[in-house]
Design a protein around this ligand. Structure first.
Ligand code: CP
Length: 307
């Protein structure tokens, strides 16, 4: 497969062409199946995580290590951001020091796009530096959607006409929004099931369903979501949620693939019994595929190929 370097940043799913998305997924599976990855030796990446992470942080770090790049943890609380330095100036100084990429996780909506727009205001970066979204606010988590695509492609190959049901905290979930944007491009039909307090009626390309049994009737995949406690003000009705929306061995129809981006709130979104069964294994495969997906993405952004 030819690797193209036209991708300079990863802002969100919207900013990726369908062709680029397919190429990243295909390449991730090639690498998983033994293809030799490109060497990114001599490239330097800073991990700027304002929010906690296990999967995204370490799979980016693992991907960069496997590609031979050097990885540095930018400790946000010990950085000069705490002295009031502006984010654009921070990134520009990292470019001046010699970094090629910043991998950013933030609760601030639009931070990455705004930082890139500063360049248009003639505040030029010292040198080209890639900005990569590792999860931004409640709106976008593009690498999670890409790795979910890889996981679905691995199971079904052809996505056309698949039925996906997303269950849970859709309102606060950047994973749901990026997945809806991505998978609707591949003609996946998407139903969402959530209590009123987790609904977001502004989301396009989905059908809301009132209850899980109706939604699950034709489902090929059920994707549960983490309840985003840190983004919710007020009391969460866990008892009501567990009663009506917890996915269990009993209510998940046979042959339906179970996914969850992690971290899972055990016995809230999914019963422990189901999570620890054979049917829970896809969730760990999602984390596993995160490494190959991020390798494929980094090859494109930092790889320097023109093909
Ligand atoms: N899925 C996901 O983003 O997990 P982390 O928060 O652990 O990175």
């Amino acid at each position: 497969m030819a690797i193209c370097s036209c991708l300079k940043h990863l802002i969100d799913i919207k900013s990726l062409s369908t062709k680029e998305i397919s190429a990243i997924a295909e390449r991730a599976l090639e690498i998983k199946n033994g293809a030799k990855p490109l060497s990114l030796k001599g490239k330097h990446a800073a991990m700027i995580f304002f929010e906690n992470s296990t999967r995204t942080y370490f799979s980016f770090e693992m991907a960069l290590n496997k590609l031979g790049a050097s990885v540095y943890n930018f400790e946000t609380s010990k950085s000069s951001l705490s002295k009031g330095e502006d984010f654009f100036d921070t990134v520009n100084n990292l470019a001046a020091i010699g970094f090629d990429a910043c991998i950013i996780r933030t609760s601030e909506e639009g931070l990455i796009k705004r930082t890139l727009e500063e360049e248009k205001k003639e505040r030029k970066f010292f040198k080209e530096i890639a900005l990569i979204n590792a999860g931004e606010g409640s709106s976008s988590h593009p690498t999670q959607a890409l790795l979910d695509l890889v996981t679905i492609k691995e199971k079904f190959n052809d996505l056309n006409g698949l039925n996906l049901v997303i269950v849970g905290d859709i309102r606060h979930s950047r994973v749901a929004k990026s997945n809806i944007e991505l998978l609707s491009r591949f003609n996946v039909s998407i139903k969402c099931v959530a209590p009123g307090y987790f609904k977001d009626e502004t989301i396009e390309n989905i059908e809301w369903c009132d209850n899980m049994p109706d939604a699950f009737k034709d489902a090929d995949i059920v994707m549960a979501l983490r309840i985003q406690k840190e983004r919710i003000q007020g009391i969460i009705e866990f008892e009501d949620y567990i009663k009506n929306y917890q996915i269990t061995e009993k209510n998940l129809p046979d042959n339906v693939v179970l996914m969850h981006p992690g971290p899972v709130n055990r016995d809230i979104e999914i019963s422990s019994e189901l999570l620890d069964s054979k049917r829970g294994e896809t969730i760990l495969n999602q984390a596993h595929n995160g490494v190959f997906t991020r390798m494929a993405l980094l090859e494109r952004i930092l790889g320097g190929h023109n093909g």
